[in-house]
Design a protein around this ligand. Structure first.
Ligand code: PBG
Ligand code: ZN
Length: 327
C-alpha cells in the first residue's frame, strides 16, 4: 500500500525542498574552540598530531581568538601549560598562573570572547594524574577537591566566564559551586565534564597539554566505555550538585550517551569532539581518503542531532567558515 502512494524521494530531489526539509542545523554560535596556552614560550609551537593547532604564548593568545571570532566562533575553552609542575599541582591555583594571566589579557583585548577554562590538575602535576596521589599511587579524591575549587576561583577572579572541571573526582561540582558562591561568584556557571570516558581518543591532546600520566592510566577515575547506566548516574550527580551544563566526552563514539542525557536532563548538553576524533579525520583527509569538510560537518551534525546543544571541537574555526557558505 505505501508505495507507490508514498515516495519520500519526491521532496528529496531538489536542493530547494531539501534545504527546507533539514531537521537539524549547525550554527557557528554553538561551537567552542579549545586553545592551549603555555607559560614561558617564545613562539607558537605547532602540535604534531593536531594539524592546524598550536601551543600559544600568553602574550599572543589573542591571535587565535581574534581569528576565530572573525569567523563567527564566540566561545573558547582554555587549557594551561605551566612552566613548572610539582606533585601537588600548585601552579594550578596560582592567581599569577598561566590561565589567569591569559584570561586577564583576553578580557582586555577581546572583551566579547566567552571564556571557559578547563579545571583539572593533570597538566600541573609532575605525575600527570588529575588529582593528588597518595604514597601507593592512588588518586586521593577528597583531598583534591579544595585544590580544584581554588583553581576555579583563580580563573573566575581573573575574568573567566565559566569553568569546566574535567578531573572526574566525586563531589567536585558541589565543591566548586560552594567555593565560588562563598566568594561572591554565584552567577558564574559550571560546565561539568559529567560523563567522561577513559578513552583511547585523548592521545593527541596529551601531547598538546603535556598531561599524560607518568604511571598507570586514568581508569580509576574516568568511566569505563562499556557503562551507559553509570554515565546516567554521573550526569545526575553533577546536575544535582549544581552543574549548569552537562558534557559528554568523547563525542562520536558516545551518541547514545548524548541522546540519553538530552532526554533525561533539562539543562544544556555539550559534546566534546576530542583530539583523536579530529586527528582521525585530518589524517585520512591528508591521505586523500576522506573529504575533510564533509566528514567534519557530518560528525558535528551527528553530535547535534543526537542532542548536544554545544559542540567543543578543534574544527570550530573551519566549521564556522564552511557553514557560512553552505548551500
Ligand atoms: C584532562 C583532559 C583531557 C582532555 C580534556 N581534558 C585528557 C585526559 O583526560 O587525559 C581530552 C581532550 C581531547 O582529547 O581533545 N583532564
Ligand atoms: Zn586531567
Amino acid at each position: 500500500m505505501p508505495f507507490p502512494v508514498h515516495r519520500p524521494r519526491r521532496l528529496r530531489q531538489d536542493l530547494r525542498s531539501r534545504r527546507m526539509l533539514r531537521e537539524t542545523r549547525l550554527h557557528p554560535q554553538q561551537l567552542i574552540l579549545p586553545l592551549f596556552v603555555q607559560e614561558d614560550l617564545a613562539a607558537p609551537q605547532p602540535i604534531q598530531a593536531m594539524p592546524g593547532h598550536c601551543q600559544w604564548p600568553i602574550e599572543m593568545i589573542e591571535r587565535p581568538v581574534r581569528e576565530a571570532m572573525a569567523s563567527g566562533v564566540g566561545a573558547f575553552l582554555l587549557f594551561g601549560l605551566p612552566a613548572r609542575k610539582d606533585s601537588q599541582g600548585s601552579a594550578a591555583h596560582d592567581p599569577e598562573g598561566v590561565v589567569p594571566r591569559a584570561v586577564r589579557r583576553l578580557r582586555q583585548i577581546c572583551p566579547d570572547a566567552w571564556l571557559i577554562t578547563d579545571v583539572c590538575l593533570c597538566a600541573y602535576t609532575d605525575h600527570g594524574h588529575c588529582g593528588l596521589l597518595d604514597p601507593d599511587g592512588r588518586v586521593r579524591n577528597d583531598e583534591t577537591l579544595p585544590i580544584l575549587a581554588e583553581m576555579a576561583l583563580a580563573h573566575v577572579r581573573a575574568g573567566a566566564d565559566m569553568v569546566a572541571p574535567s578531573d572526574m573526582m566525586d563531589g567536585r561540582i558541589a565543591a566548586l559551586r560552594r567555593h565560588l558562591d562563598a566568594h561572591g561568584h554565584t552567577q558564574t556557571p559550571i560546565m561539568a565534564y559529567a560523563a567522561k570516558f577513559a578513552s583511547s581518543l585523548y592521545g593527541p591532546f596529551r601531547e598538546a597539554a603535556h598531561s599524560a600520566p607518568q604511571t598507570g592510566d586514568r581508569r580509576g577515575y574516568q568511566m569505563d566505555p562499556a557503562n551507559p547506566r553509570e554515565a546516567l548516574l554521573e550526569l545526575q550527580l553533577d546536575f544535582e550538585e549544581g552543574a549548569d551544563v552537562l558534557m559528554v566526552k568523547p563525542g562520536l563514539a558516545y551518541l547514545d550517551i548524548i541522546a540519553a542525557a538530552r532526554r533525561r536532563f533539562p539543562c544544556p548538553i555539550a559534546a566534546y569532539q576530542v583530539s583523536g576524533e579530529y586527528a582521525m579525520i585530518k589524517a585520512a583527509a591528508e591521505k586523500g581518503w576522506l573529504d575533510e569538510r564533509a566528514a567534519a560537518l557530518e560528525t558535528l551534525l551527528a553530535l547535534h542531532r543526537a542532542g548536544a546543544d554545544w559542540l567543543i571541537t578543534y574544527f570550530a574555526v573551519e566549521a564556522a567558515r564552511w557553514l557560512r557558505d553552505e548551500p
